[in-house]
Design a protein around this ligand. Structure first.
Ligand code: BES
Ligand code: MN
Ligand code: ZN
Length: 493
């Protein structure tokens, strides 16, 4: 989508639909009504009907007559003035964009009058995020009636001279962030026949080349030399070899210890010999969403030119059943020499992450954040709304909570009490890879904790990464979760 700014009166901007935000509260609503009706008399019957009240997420479309620069106007409700946040703006912008798209509008112009204490830069960023993210569809394989036929293709932000600079800055950041989220969504939604370890690595290299970070891909031979028994074990049932992707963006001070982001890259999870039931298995094409988030975030921070040292690490493999696959009872040895008994081959994410967390130690990181579609249990605990957060780095968890409040990518902490450890104790190895159904997300995190030697946060995105239905500005399927959260944290703390 192309985005531009225009310094002009809203009635004079040419588009297919002009979008104006309207708050619900009495005085503010009346003021908006008065200004709108006096500029566009065609709005009189709409306001007279009292159908439109400015309620949050409400939209109303009216026709302004052929003489108007924009033949349509869409009013987008913001709800009560006191409750308006950045997220209100994102959602209202998304609702208006969807309404415009349904009406066949390709070019929309959004009036960016600032609301409450929301500054012009944040406002512009929120509108860009809401509009652009709401127009996403993974439809490149549809040759008959793709969803994209009815989509907004051009966005003009209307502002004034005073706010022009701030609006341009917010819009630029918004576009870069949306590109990162879109990249993550595309990678997660791509089927296994398109994205498997080798193609995921190619994609990371291409993104690095274009955005400006260094990508190194370790092949199976190198992975064997490093004795990554977890990654090799999960991979041993597959025809396709594993890869280990390392992305380095070092634009911070030489003395600054890097932040390391680790993303689970299971390009398809059948469960292996402990095979999953058929219904819904296709969702497991997105079991590399952690990896997608890390690659999307690396692109975003590089394009934003953030002055930080950040390393992205992605262990990638399929989890397949075959005559050569891991079986329950097998014992594997990780890069750091620790051993694990395989209780369930479907608990594969923690096995590949264990080696990646060992590898992260090389960077002497200030903190490591891993993102993984790790457990079905987190979907039971927190649904598809909140990412499960666990770990040892309290400072980083606080920063993530702050970023979550701004991005609406919620995080909720689960405890890592030592008492849960016994669930993953093994009679034959140091630990076992499954603790059964009880506290499934916690035991998965505790398994990872055995491989951590630095401040660490684990984000279980199994629920938030794969959405069962569309909502606001998120589509069904891969959500791109984490890109906005991590970018916000890196930009502002
Ligand atoms: N990739 C799955 C977790 C998952 C489930 C992600 C639903 C997204 C949606 C993971 O590899 C897995 O299978 N975990 C098992 C662990 C169990 C065997 C201990 C699970 O959650 O059932
Ligand atoms: Mn699994
Ligand atoms: Zn998995």
């Amino acid at each position: 989508m192309s985005v531009s700014c225009s310094v002009a009166a809203r009635q004079s901007v040419k588009s297919d639909a002009l979008i104006v935000f309207v708050p619900q509260s009495g005085r503010q609503f009346n003021q908006a009504e008065k200004a709108l009706v006096s500029a566009i008399p065609h709005l009189t019957p709409l306001f007279d009907s009292k159908d439109f009240t400015g309620k949050s997420l409400q939209t109303a479309l009216a026709y302004c007559g052929s003489a108007a620069a924009s033949p349509r106007i869409i009013l987008a409700g913001l709800g009560e003035t006191g409750a308006i946040t950045i997220e209100t703006i994102r959602r209202a912008a998304a609702a208006a964009a969807k309404r415009a798209a349904a009406a066949g509008c390709q070019h929309i112009a959004v009036d960016l009058q600032t609301v409450n204490d929301i500054d012009a830069e944040s406002m512009a960023q929120a509108v860009v995020e809401g509009v652009l993210l709401s127009q996403y569809a993974f439809d490149k394989y549809k040759t008959i009636s793709p969803n994209s036929a009815k989509r907004v293709k051009k966005l003009t932000l209307i502002t004034d001279k005073e706010h022009q600079k701030a609006v341009a800055k917010g819009a630029d950041a918004g576009m870069i962030i949306v590109d990162g989220v879109t990249l993550a969504r595309d990678l997660a939604n791509a089927p296994n026949c398109e994205i498997y370890p080798e193609t995921l690595a190619k994609k990371a290299q291409e993104v690095g080349r274009k955005a400006g970070f260094k990508t190194t891909v370790l092949d199976k031979k190198k992975i064997e030399t490093l004795k990554m028994g977890g990654l090799l074990g999960v991979n041993q049932g597959s025809v396709r070899p594993p890869v280990f992707i390392v992305m380095e963006y070092m634009k911070g001070a030489k003395t600054e210890k890097p932040l390391v982001l680790v993303g689970k890259g299971v390009t398809f999870d059948t469960g292996g010999i402990s095979i999953k039931p058929a219904p819904g298995m296709s969702d497991m094409k997105s079991d590399m969403h952690g990896a997608a988030t890390v690659i999307g975030t690396m692109q975003t921070i590089a394009r934003l030119g953030i002055k930080r040292n950040v390393v992205g690490i992605v262990p990638a493999t399929e989890n397949m059943p075959s005559g050569t696959a891991l079986v329950p009872g097998d014992i594997i040895t990780f890069m750091n020499g620790k051993t694990a008994e395989i209780d369930n081959t479907d608990a594969e994410g923690r096995l590949i992450l264990a080696d990646a967390l060992c590898y992260a130690d090389r960077y002497k990181p200030s903190s490591v954040i891993d993102l993984a579609t790790l457990t079905g249990a987190i979907v039971i605990a927190l649904g598809n709304v909140t990412t499960g957060m666990m770990g040892t780095d309290g400072t980083m968890m606080n920063k993530l909570r702050e970023a979550a409040a701004k991005t609406n990518e919620y995080v909720g902490e689960l405890p890592l009490h030592e008492e849960y450890e016994e669930l993953i104790s093994s009679d034959y190895a140091d630990i076992k890879n499954s603790g059964g159904r009880s506290a499934g997300s916690i035991t998965a995190a505790l398994f990872l904790k055995h491989f951590v030697s630095y401040p660490w946060v684990h984000l279980d995105i199994a629920g938030t990464a794969i959405q069962p239905k569309a909502s606001h500005y998120t589509c069904k399927g891969g959500s791109g979760v984490g890109v906005r959260l991590l970018t916000e944290m890196l930009r502002h703390s």
